[in-house]
Design a protein around this ligand. Structure first.
Ligand code: HEC
Ligand code: HEC
Length: 428
């Protein structure tokens, strides 16, 4: 392809020449890039110079967001003349190298992941917002939550079409057609989902310790204020180093990174940029808690709308919210339950450990789903002595099976009464 036919301003051309090279010219800072040799058995790294024009435009939107869609760009909504993105964040700041890095929020799995189910015609259910979404929807949600845009391109908007063309082209790098069609067949090292720290749910984060580590290991590049207080890195085209908080450029409270354990694993896998993999689990968790501390300015995104609906099976989605999810609607009674036991509920959600809250929610879901709580063991549908025995054992073991009444987590007469009531009433 002849680049000049795209009439790209010279400053962008400069970037393109260095597109997948080691250095985009900012103070010697590298980008997080795919290790193409290590990926070769299942993925062939794509060469953007051979891409069709619309794919190339999608790549520019994704990788050079600031100077195309962003405040420095000339791609604006035709009706309002406003830029598509008002922050200086680039999609690639999180979707490393335009979504081609394992565990770096890649997009090669996305076309298969969001394909409509042939039976229902619907894409996968997105629980935080309670709807079935397709690939375009997932881009829209990221515009709203990751980029803090008030508005996202419509599905037939040329910007959206180019982004989706680009994402499909990235997916075409998957060698095996079966893996390309079914992303769950990808090898684990492809990291199509975000990384995680084993056992992190039972750990506890210390944001103060994290502040010290941040100053030592991160502030050199990300700035002490991340740059949170509004050091607006406009005029630097692609963001030199992305902002980790800030009321304009930080990711929003509705973004996946606002979950501290999720951010921790991502940091541990990819940062510090020059020495990834050197942070311990605890270090990464503490730093993430410092970055996500509630006193930091950060836009809201769609946070307030999340987990406020019932799932299709009638269960309030707030009960299936990950225990470390800081925003969105709360299930009634849950906060009271923990606070009445002397737990600081907000601190628990913020800094963990998260296992107790997760267990409480799971037990409550079970309770709501199980219309016949006394029917504990097979044969199901029949209430007999085996169920009585199972209840007694579960009650003595303080097992969730016997935790049939509020307060959940406490085994008392109310649970026995609930069992007897259900036993006498019989199963439907
Ligand atoms: C602050 C970091 C961040 C920024 C900036 C960002 N994203 Fe995302 N994006 C994420 C994370 C994290 C996910 C969730 C990945 C997961 O759940 O595995 C995601 C999910 C997605 C997905 C769905 C991927 C999948 O397979 O589930 C698409 C597509 C996407 N983003 C596109 C974009 C585009 C286009 C932009 C720029 C306009 C952008 N994102 C900006 C962090 C970001
Ligand atoms: C040598 C410079 C450097 C250091 C040190 C560094 N980073 Fe980064 N960081 C970057 C750059 C550059 C990017 C964007 C990479 C890209 O676009 O490929 C980035 C991206 C990120 C991202 C994803 C982008 C986003 O908006 O959320 C996070 C999170 C992050 N860094 C956290 C950290 C943390 C935490 C530390 C300290 C443990 C750290 N970084 C240390 C340079 C650095």
């Amino acid at each position: 392809m002849n680049k000049s036919t795209l009439a790209i301003p010279p400053v962008i051309l400069g970037f393109l020449c260095a597109a997948f090279a080691d250095d985009l010219g900012f103070d010697g800072h590298d980008l997080v890039e795919p290790d193409c040799d290590a990926m070769a058995s299942w993925y062939t790294c794509r060469d953007i110079d051979t891409a069709p024009p619309n794919v190339f435009r999608g790549y520019e939107y994704m990788h050079l967001t600031s100077q195309t869609l962003g405040p420095d760009g000339d791609t604006v909504y035709p009706d309002t003349g406003e830029p598509y993105v008002t922050t200086v964040t680039s999609c690639s700041s999180c979707h490393f190298t335009g979504g081609q890095v394992p565990f770096g929020s890649p997009v090669y799995q996305s076309p298969s992941k969001y394909r409509a189910d042939p039976g229902t015609g619907l894409g996968p259910y997105f629980r935080p917002l309670g709807y079935h979404r397709d690939l375009e929807d997932s881009v829209i949600d990221c515009f709203r939550n990751c980029m803090n845009a008030d508005r996202a391109p419509a599905k037939d908007d040329p910007v959206m079409v180019a982004l989706v063309d680009y994402i499909r082209w990235v997916a075409d790098g998957i060698n095996d057609p079966e893996m390309r069609e079914d992303w769950t067949q990808l090898p684990s090292e492809a990291g199509p989902s975000l990384p995680s720290i084993p056992g992190v749910q039972s750990m506890r984060a210390d944001p103060l310790r994290g502040a010290g580590l941040y100053a030592n290991r991160c502030a050199d590049c990300h700035s002490e204020d991340a740059p949170g207080a509004g050091e607006y890195r406009i005029g630097e085209e692609r963001p030199r180093v992305p902002a980790l908080w800030g009321s304009i450029d930080g990711y929003s409270r509705g973004a996946a990174f606002y979950r501290t354990p999720v951010l921790a694993a991502y940091i541990q896998t990819h940062m510090p940029l020059d020495e990834p993999g050197t942070l311990s689990d605890q270090d990464a968790l503490d730093i993430a808690a410092h970055i996500n501390a509630p006193d930091k300015p950060r836009p809201g995104g769609m946070a307030d709308e999340m987990y406020c609906h019932d799932d299709p099976d009638g269960i309030p989605s707030a009960l299936r919210k990950p225990a470390d999810w800081l925003v969105g609607c709360e299930y009634p009674g849950e906060r009271f339950h923990f606070e009445s036991m002397g737990t600081d509920f907000d601190d628990m959600v913020l800094n963990g450990p998260w296992t107790e809250l997760a267990a409480w929610r799971a037990a409550e879901v079970d309770r709501l789903l199980n219309a016949c709580p006394a029917d504990l063991v097979p044969p199901f549908g029949v209430l007999d002595l085996a169920d009585v025995g199972a209840f007694v054992i579960a009650f003595l073991d303080r097992d969730a099976d016997a935790d049939l009444a509020e307060p959940i987590g406490v085994f008392d007469l109310a649970d026995v009464q609930a069992f007897v009531g259900s036993f006498v009433a019989g199963c439907p």
